[in-house]
Design a binder for this molecule. Structure first.
Ligand code: MSP
Length: 514
């Protein structure tokens, strides 16, 4: 059993929405991290799933005239399908309507109650069903239609009902002390500052049960109440490691190494969740990272604008790996960014087809044609050769800190520095001209190129698993030499190679117009 573990989670998705690229994005980032860590020798647990309780889901089921359970059984499948379409390597898929989850939530609730952290009272205030969140009067704005709205733009309604409360107000200092003692707990820094100032502003006790609808987990001992959907949802992260059993997977994987979330749900993960856990005597996660949001061709993605992009449509049009590459390459992970057809095609044609695709294709074709379809045996390396090989073999050391910081676009930029340098090297060394003048030197140059491409192929596997697998096949890299301990296992000269095949076809604009 591997000694280093890495537990990473996506948010669990509300099933009332069809999967779109916003959802695909959060999970993709987790998938890349999970794959990276596995290749780097970690025992990884990668969790995703669906958030199926609450008023919002109940209302969607009602609107379709079906019972909530039947509704969620049907629509949660859409998110499983998305995981398959996007090539995610999740180890588990949790649904909050599963029995294991009810047990876990009720056990957490019972513990919180036992610790005196939950008390019965009455809630009177604003609630936004779309966000499943409570708001104070001072947080609201009045929209152009005269209606009060949450900061997210969601409509709010006045709620008045008996409710259990969690003593969040008592956790302000302990949360601040936790942020202080664990500077990496929240990333990026801008979000960390935002959370700290929110907590410094004072915390109100949090309503954690509802009585005016029934689609949720019953409160132990008082089944008129169902648990607040965020308490239910957040608990999924410990359910999946076996809570309330604290041996086995819980002992092995908890606390989670990383909860990946979008910027809209940082407060739930970085304030409420660690408070719930600490109050129950459990450890908080090690890190919560909040990424930015995508707009589409400059506009907010919304059903009413009709510009919602489904991951499957995107994959069908551009291919899976180009989509995976684009989403993490285009913008810094913590910032907002815009999706446009033009930038997608630009990256595909320039960075994938031209830069990387051509590098692999021309190196391998020259080997195929001029070296008897076998890897050449290199002669002595020159300084220029070493200036190519050393940084290629050092890619892992350069990428590790970027990946640990969720700086995916920086990681990809570091690889592309190498890709571009290799293209400059081919042009300068001109192996085609050496064919007649110095065939031995030609062999060395082509070997250096093949070895560089191997290292690039290895390090890009988490981002573009299928294409890099094909590339490594073309280099005849054995299956057991593709993990990250294999950087130093240089290609063996003389190994026969199959005829090369293009990796990334150029996207033809004519097709785009149709
Ligand atoms: N069910 C809650 C999460 C509970 S986790 C214990 C939820 N679900 S969601 O389906 O609405 O959103 C899931 C994720 O999708 C969030 O991280 C959110 O930020 C992300 N995105 C939704 N729209 C997005 C974009 N337009 N761009 C990028 N990510 C976006 O919240």
């Amino acid at each position: 059993m591997l000694s280093k573990t890495f537990y990473i989670t996506t948010p669990i998705y509300y099933v009332n929405d069809a999967p779109h690229i916003g959802h695909a994005y959060t999970s993709l980032a987790c998938d890349v991290m999970a794959r990276f860590k596995r290749l780097d020798g970690f025992d990884v647990k990668f969790l995703t799933g669906t958030d199926e309780h609450g008023q919002k889901v109940e209302k969607s089921a009602e609107a379709q005239g079906v019972a909530p359970k039947d509704f969620t059984d049907k629509v949660s499948q859409n998110f499983r399908d998305m995981a398959a379409q996007m090539g995610y390597s999740n180890d588990d898929f949790i649904r909050t309507t599963e029995e294991r989850h009810t047990r876990s939530c009720q056990a957490l609730w019972t513990e919180l109650e036992k610790q005196g952290e939950i008390f019965l009272g009455a809630y009177e205030g604003w609630y936004a069903v779309r966000d499943e969140a409570f708001y104070t009067e001072s947080e609201l704005t009045v929209g152009p239609d005269g209606k009060k709205r949450a900061p997210s733009g969601a409509e709010v309604e006045w709620v008045k009902e008996p409710s259990y409360f969690f003593r969040l107000s008592a956790w302000q200092d302990r949360l601040l002390a936790h942020y202080e003692a664990n500077p990496d707990f929240i990333g990026p820094n801008s979000r960390r500052n935002e959370v700290i100032s929110f907590v410094k502003g004072g915390l109100l006790d949090l309503s954690v049960s509802r009585t005016t609808f029934g689609w949720g987990i019953p409160v132990p001992g008082n089944p008129q109440h169902v648990m607040y959907v965020w308490l239910d949802a957040l608990t999924n992260y410990i359910t999946a490691v076996g809570f309330p059993d604290q041996s086995g997977d819980y002992a092995r994987y908890w606390p989670a190494d990383l909860h990946m979330v979008g910027k809209d749900i940082i407060r739930f993960h970085a304030v409420y969740w660690p408070a719930f856990l600490m109050a129950a005597g459990l450890e908080p996660p090690k890190r919560v990272y909040a990424h930015g949001w995508w707009t589409i061709e400059g506009q907010k993605m919304s059903k009413s604008l009709g510009n919602v992009i489904s991951p499957s449509a995107l994959v069908e049009r551009y291919g899976l790996d180009p989509v995976r590459f684009f989403l993490l390459r285009e913008m810094p992970f913590g910032s907002d960014g815009d999706f446009s057809h033009r930038s997608m095609v630009g990256r595909l044609n320039t960075e994938l087809a031209n830069d990387l695709g051509n590098l692999a294709q021309r190196s391998l074709s020259m080997i195929n044609k001029n070296c008897g379809a076998a890897l050449p045996v290199p002669g002595p390396f020159t300084d220029e050769d070493r200036a190519m090989l050393d940084p290629a073999r050092g890619l892992l050391e350069r990428l590790r800190p970027a990946i640990d910081n969720q700086a995916f676009n920086e990681a990809l930029e570091a690889v592309w520095v190498q890709v571009r340098a290799a293209n400059v090297y081919v042009d300068r060394q001109a192996p085609w001209a050496l064919k007649k003048t110095d065939p031995e030197r030609m062999g060395t140059v082509l070997y250096v190129l093949a070895e560089t491409v191997r290292c690039i192929g290895l390090i890009l596997q988490p981002f573009m698993p299928a294409s890099m697998n094909r590339l490594l096949d073309q280099l005849a890299v054995p299956a057991d030499q593709r993990d990250f301990s294999s950087f130093a296992k240089a290609l063996a000269g003389g190994t026969p190679l199959t005829a090369p095949q293009g990796l990334f076809p150029r996207y033809q604009e004519e097709e785009a117009a149709s």
